[in-house]
Design a protein around this ligand. Structure first.
Ligand code: FE2
Length: 199
């Protein structure tokens, strides 16, 4: 399930600024990820990452695209190569000469699995959003009205119930939140607001 990448350097600094379009990333996803639910997860994380970059980090278009691409591709190899997740997508992006920031961000989305520490804000936010995005979605899916009327406090309550979405690591969530200057409550609200219309 997890793969310690055994390295901390990703991509080539000469490729800084070299991105791909969202269409190209979606083409890759459609080829690599037959599971629609998993694709939705990546689209949700991408939407939240992009929104955070623009609203909270004053990111320009190019920077926002970096955040979005990292979100969109972070689990691209998970379905077909679970034992080598996320090495395969990293190697693919290195082959395509993609900006090292995007690759490092993907490599650091689970420090306890991949052995890569989140360095910058983009790295830290994908780590914070990844598990919580899936958790918020699970909390929405069990409600008749889904995201409509979903409140932060009910998500918090479910987090305290170990049986609900038991595969989501509460430890990772707490660790990720401890690395940023934003509360768990605010992150959950941001996720609800920005992924509710993604499909
Ligand atoms: Fe993920």
């Amino acid at each position: 399930m997890s793969h310690n990448l055994g390295r901390n350097s990703f991509g080539d600094p000469a490729n800084a600024g070299n991105l791909m379009t969202i269409e190209e990333a979606n083409t890759l996803l459609n080829e690599w990820v037959p599971n629609e639910k998993l694709r939705l997860h990546m689209k949700q994380v991408a939407a939240v990452m992009k929104a955070w970059a623009i609203e909270k980090e004053n990111a320009d278009e190019q920077t926002a695209l970096k955040w979005e691409l990292a979100g969109l591709l972070h689990d691209a190899d998970w379905e077909k190569y679970p034992d080598d997740h996320c090495l395969i997508i990293i190697e693919e992006l290195e082959k395509r000469n993609i900006d090292p920031d995007v690759i490092h961000c993907i490599a650091s989305h689970g420090p306890s699995y991949f052995g890569v520490e989140p360095n910058n804000k983009m790295d830290k936010m994908i780590y914070a959003f990844d598990e919580l995005s899936g958790f918020v979605h699970a909390a929405a899916l069990i409600r008749p009205t889904r995201y409509e009327g979903l409140e932060v406090k009910s998500v918090l309550k479910r987090l305290k119930s170990p049986a609900f979405a038991a595969q989501v690591s509460r430890e990772d969530i707490n660790d990720a939140i401890s690395r940023i200057n934003t509360s768990l409550e605010e992150i959950i609200q941001f996720i609800i607001d920005h992924q509710k219309d993604v499909n």
